[in-house]
Design a protein around this ligand. Structure first.
Ligand code: MN
Length: 146
């Protein structure tokens, strides 16, 4: 399939709405839809993530980068050491081995497109030592959700 019609509410015809991470409990209320990827023989995946109001993605880092375009709602993003408010059309680049987390506001979902390579390393969660270092910055300490 080369073209898909977008449905209502950020759903795409023929695209399954998946659990964000089936084996990781360190997130809250996030769905994942793979819009392009291995099914089309591509070397990268374009995913649509939606974080429900009040939810958040996993606090993590990894060697592969993320290229993100916010398309729905409002939220905040940690790309360590920076914390930004994001709204639709904002671009977020997560460089390699950089701690990151996306959070929706309490009253609106946060939807974003995220481009990654198909071949990529597994995300790393923070150790207690990592958390101690992250929380040394009060802004980051206030932000992080585990
Ligand atoms: Mn990540």
């Amino acid at each position: 399939m080369t073209a898909v019609r977008r449905g209502a509410g950020f759903l795409w015809e023929g695209v399954d709405v998946l659990e964000y991470k089936a084996f990781d409990e360190a997130y809250r209320d996030v769905t994942r839809q793979v819009l392009f990827g291995a099914a089309q023989g591509l070397p990268w995946e374009l995913r649509y993530f939606e974080v429900a109001a009040g939810g958040h993605t996993t606090l993590e880092r990894h060697a592969h980068p993320h290229a993100v375009v916010v398309v729905r709602g409002r939220g905040r993003v940690l790309v360590h050491p920076e914390i930004r408010t994001v709204t639709p059309h904002d671009l977020v680049h997560v460089p390699p081995m950089t701690w990151h987390q996306f959070q929706a506001t309490r009253d609106e979902p946060l939807g974003f497109l995220c481009l990654v390579g198909i071949e990529r390393d597994r995300p790393i969660r923070p150790t207690e030592e990592d958390l101690g270092a992250l929380r040394a910055d009060p802004k980051v300490a206030e932000f992080v959700r585990l």
